[in-house]
Design a protein around this ligand. Sequence first.
Ligand SMILES: [Zn+2]
Length: 289
Amino acid sequence: MVATNNNLTNVGAAALGYARRGWRVLPLWWPAKGGCACGGGCGNPAKHPMAKLAPRGVYSATIDPAVLRRWWRTAPWANVGVATGGGSGLLVVDVDPRSGGALERLPGPVPTTPTVRTGGGGWHLYLAWPEGVTRLPQALPGCPGVDLKGPGGYVVAPPSRHLSGRAYEWLVPPDVPLAPPPAWLLEAIRPSPRPAWQPLPGSGGAHGTPYGRAALRQELARLAHTPVGNRNNALNRAAFALGRLVAASHLDEGTVVGLLTSLGYQIGLGGRETEKTTQSGLTAGLREV
Ligand SMILES: [Zn+2]
């Protein structure tokens, strides 16, 4: 590890650099002794959040340099995770050859945009978050081995180290401007056009069990009719209740986050407030089960 003038390791310095770009950052466990430094025989070695420092996981991600310095002084070798979605202004296309993904098999040309060679031999394409999109499919339809990272997600960023011992590296550096999502990607992620939120027919989309969707409709309707002054609390309660249903697989997280945040904006809560409240309520609900 190279010490910098901030007395931070190169991963810590990189974390601060990403935060200066407005990318929210969180500390992840790192590889140690052929396994994960968490020592717990985890299922996601060298890639999962350090709960001691970031108790809400990706929702603890921040751009606050004081917090980041503290984290990387406490855990100098922590891998660096970059939160994706509107909060960071990032959509990341995750191409994993181990699951059959390949850059040349994407549905269209790859734009010039910051690009990472992952420690696992894949690629991360960093793209500008498309305005007006509040949710993403987890995977690119029809394209095996290609995942999409948006709200509630994160990617392991350079110079983090992979379990293999290889470091994540920038192939196209992060000071190259983020390209907007290419047409082939927008086509795949834009839902069929409909108003941001409708109180009725079957809102909740195709995802979730009938029980989950009924609960979702009820929570959204209740929230929509909450008087001014109570709305932030009501959003928090709805997110908590729905988080429990996500944990029980009655609903999927992307649907819940998307609908709650778009309704939050509509009832006049600020963007940041809506996002923060939704995420904290949801995280608490997810943990409750
Ligand atoms: Zn671990």
